[in-house]
Design a protein around this ligand. Structure first.
Ligand code: HPA
Length: 278
């Protein structure tokens, strides 16, 4: 691999310093990562302050449309929440450090829970469906933990049997029932991107057990789990995965479907946060 892929722990330590400098003594109870098209969810919270990613060492600026690129400090019933609005991806080619920075910052600023969100192609689900991630398949052909093992990242061989916290998944499911929003459960398969998959790949992924496919979430979950964060993730199905419908895939379609579902998420998310923090 040509680019310096491995996590740079010194850069991540500086990232935590940058956040602590701006918000001294702030300990988030929960860290929310908003993926493609999930940005409007911030409207459900009382935002106290935001730091552009450019001002946090190691994250830098995302070039992906639909990703806003800032870390906000929100208040929910007197509890602090970090909201990462937008994420960096492996396919941007800048290595793992910017991709996993939210997990590291969350953990080392004191959060216990990380809720990841994403837009995903539906293999066994349809556009507009919401899927709580029950487990994942890492099909990115890499792993953010490759490289020297550092105690701050967890052990050398972290167990992945319980990556997506069951208790929190139940709480999210309950929030769906309370707000009348149907929530499904399924396996998220991460491909590296940036090209969408071929129909043959999607047929293979279906056989492998993937219910939805995307280009994110798994790296943050791997590091989060390794560091001992309680991790949960929700996928919003933004399109049929390649070959399932005849329509070609576009990032615009992903954005349009996401916009149409966001009012539902804006309604659901505070209930999810309430249940998680209780
Ligand atoms: N494939 C991969 N990533 C995605 C998709 C998809 O179909 N939709 C949204 N993100």
């Amino acid at each position: 691999m040509l680019q310096p892929a491995n996590i740079d722990i010194e850069v991540l330590k500086l990232a935590v310093k940058d956040v602590n400098k701006r918000w001294p003594d702030v300990k988030p109870e929960l860290c929310l990562v908003l993926g493609s098209g999930w940005g409007d969810v911030v409207n459900a919270f009382d935002i106290k302050d935001s730091i552009p990613y450019e001002e946090i060492t190691g994250i830098g600026k995302s070039g992906v449309a639909g990703h806003s690129g800032k870390l906000s400090l929100a208040n929910y019933k007197d509890k602090n929440i970090f909201i990462f609005q937008g994420r960096r991806h492996w396919y941007e080619g800048e290595g793992w450090t910017p991709v996993v920075a939210p997990s590291y910052i969350a953990k080392h600023c004191g959060a216990e829970v990380m809720l990841l969100t994403n837009a995903a192609g539906g293999i066994n689900y349809a556009p507009g469906d919401l899927m709580i991630v029950s487990d994942h398949i890492n099909y990115m052909f890499s792993n953010p933990l490759i490289g020297p093992n550092h105690e701050k990242l967890g052990t050398r061989f972290p167990d992945m049997s319980y990556t997506y916290n069951k208790d929190l998944r139940d709480k999210i499911m309950a929030a769906g029932a309370e707000t009348n929003v149907k929530l499904n459960s399924g396996v998220y398969l991460a491909s590296s991107g940036p090209s969408y998959e071929t129909p043959a790949e999607i047929r293979a992924f279906k056989t492998l057990g993937g219910d939805a496919v995307g280009m994110s979430t798994v790296p943050e979950a791997i590091l989060g789990n390794s560091m001992g964060l309680k991790v949960v993730a929700i996928s919003c199905i933004s399109n049929y995965a390649a070959g399932i419908s005849k329509a070609p895939l576009t990032h615009e379609e992903v954005g349009e479907t996401m916009s149409s579902i966001m009012p539902t998420m804006v309604k659901l998310m505070p209930e999810i946060v309430k249940n998680i923090l209780n």
